[in-house]
Ligand binder design. Sequence first.
Ligand code: GLN
Length: 541
Amino acid sequence: MTRFIFITGGVASSLGKGIASASLGALLQARGFSVRLRKLDPYLNVDPGTMSPYQHGEVYVTDDGAETDLDLGHYERFTGVPARQADSTTTGRIYSTVIARERRGDYLGATVQVIPHVTDAIKQFITGETGDTDFVLCEIGGTVGDIEGLPFLEAIRQLGNELGHARSLFVHLTLVPYIGSSGELKTKPTQHSVKELQSVGIQPDILLCRCDREIPAEARRKIALFCNLRPSAVIQALDVDSIYHVPQSYHEQGFDDEVMRHFAIEAKQPDLARWTGIMQRVRSPEGEVAVAVVGKYMTLKDAYKSLGEALAHGGIANNMRVKLNWIDSEIFEKEDAVHYLEGVHGILVPGGFGERGTEGKILAARFARERGVPYFGICFGMQMAVIEAARHLVGLDGAGSSEFGPCQHPVVGLLTEWTRGNAVERRMIGDNLGGTMRLGAYPADLAAGSKVRDIYDADRISERHRHRYEVNITYKDRLESAGLRFSGMSPDGTLPEIVEIPAHPWFVGVQFHPELKSKPFDPHPLFASFIKAAVAQSRLV
Ligand code: GLN
């Protein structure tokens, strides 16, 4: 029997609803239950794939090729359960389904309305494909009171009724701010937020109160009284030094106990050894290495959420703290890159789109190659490294990517046809931008004797993709004779997936996004190896 836990947020956005949901998922898992986490986003985009990283942060890609909210990355990192398209939806996607049904005539002459047709589609999403999972956790994006969120709240209200208390639970995350001038924690915003939720017919069962200091028992009693809850259901969600400390901190505050009490489940205490182990490593590393991330969306760290986490996991694997220098590549077009890159122990050029700042990225790749500094190029970062090698190792001055318009040597070009499993996928210039990239998991074969074969300790790997352009295979021979090795290829041998420089201490470019699959308790081998190389570099400089 699957039970459903609905997580809403109030008072303010950015309180960490995603981490809260992921942490509860981890706690339930630690008690031996199976979990799935789902996200419902109230915006009208069908998925976040067409949104600017400044608007939305990272687009998280699943194995089955869905472009989803970055919270799905938290879910997967905290629980290890691979996210799927069936775990992510938006208002846009729900409405597209409803409108397509209406056009087919599925509604048999009815007037199609938000209630019941849209809410039914939302309920189908929530309850669909749950299998025999013990708990499905559904996070509702946005903040209670947003107009866009109403159909979602109505749908979960209805579900709460249909499933009953024994199979549904409402968790509401709020903020209890500290007002410095009066020296007090304030409960009123939480009270108002709960009223807002009650006004749409939802009585939260558990309140998670974000706060930067202990909430006195008296204040918690007051919140419970005004919000119609028992005091033990008011859980303080204290600020902690690392997101990986949240599961344990919630447990100490009695969150999972309260969930068990609600469902009247007698369960064993959670085994939190995994999380205490991670925290030990995070808190007492043996040293520190500095990695420069040379990219584009540097003012918004959320744009590279999984990347930052994967680098931290690489640190965990090596008992090191990884200090990240986020550098906007455009700066290298005005100032000397040496000034910024001298002294770092590794250089990473992450994924990106568009021409702006690319010359700076190419410069960073060149610096790393020439100086023997560990270089990790991810997706766009691999493409930039190949352009750099074509220009300076092969001597093709006009080397570039067709993403930026026609060029003399398109060493990176638009992919118009490729195979996925046993089907052929096609795309043309001028096609829709939404959902038309090479998306999701694809296999790659690793060359015997290559560095990556050694790092993965496997002949075939599967990694997630999100890009439109590919390294142009017609330049392979020239690049290989100049010192670049194509060490990972698609199984049919047409798509370069990994390049490396055998004569360099650590120079690897990958066409996919390995950061999406890294976990704190299972660091991705490429990140573990890159940070290991950075540690070796730090002993040289
Ligand atoms: N802009 C490049 C492409 O579309 C790289 C994309 C990326 O880094 N994710 O191929």
